[in-house]
Design a protein around this ligand. Sequence first.
Ligand code: GDP
Length: 299
Amino acid sequence: MAMFESLSKRLEGIFNNLSGQGKLTEEDVNAALREVRIALIEADVNLKVARQFVERVKEKAIGADVLGSLSPAQQVLSIVNDELIEVLGGTEGKNKLELSGNPPVIMLVGLQGSGKTTTAAKLGRYLRDKQGMRPLLVAADMYRPAAVNQLKALGKQLQLPVYWEQMGADPVDICVNALEHAREQACNVIILDTAGRLNIDERMMEEVRTIRSRVQPHEVLLVADAMTGQEAVRVAKDFNEAVSLTGMILTKMDGDARGGAALSIRAVTGLPVKFMGVGEKTDALVPFHPDRLASRILG
Ligand code: GDP
């Protein structure tokens, strides 16, 4: 992507006079890292995270031998790439969904408009088509009147069962009743679409906490809109403090969000990103791969 070219070009420029010196000096590395920091901030990574990230790269880069096969610029980029992957969750599968419950219950939480209801349907489709599971979608977002109908319509379209109750029903009861319903229907994974509000408020958090303690979900995933950048980081932090999340799904990654939000969220909350939404269609959900996002941030 354009930013990589510019970052790589900028680094080439800085390192042009360097080759042959054998080691990366602090001065050269500092100059290069200024460019890296600017590129990260342009990719919407928050300032503090960008600064910490650059410090980590600096420790590794200074004194590193300039390898014959790589230009110094390539070498710094390669260290940046490795560190990005590390911060984004490494390569050991921490980003995998926990599906060992009997049945596993996946609770989706998030603000209105983040893509939560759409993501519930996408995840159901994904688990059925890619993992051969029998999902039950549960309409427990009683705050957005259209959400229940929207999930019912998506379920019908995808031929996935949806559990719902009349408007006015208690969302906690709905979730508890849904567990029973899943057993009757022989569904082996449950996806709860819970309350979404325009703003985080204490009542919403209380409801989410109550469902969490009554239902004991194996995953509590925050669905957050990557296009909102720094706002998504704040939302993740608040939700995590209030209800203790197990991970994130970042939606709208098909937009021009460069993925900086994922890096910030991961660095600030430590939460793994498990999936990314990459479009409005119900098949536009992909597992999160740190290495792919790293190359997206860099190019
Ligand atoms: P909710 O209020 O959080 O349940 O949000 P919705 O599921 O109704 O989604 C809000 C809007 O975002 C809808 O128009 C969705 O089609 C759209 N949306 C959700 N996920 C994605 C995504 O990954 N990419 C794009 N481009 N749009 C998305």
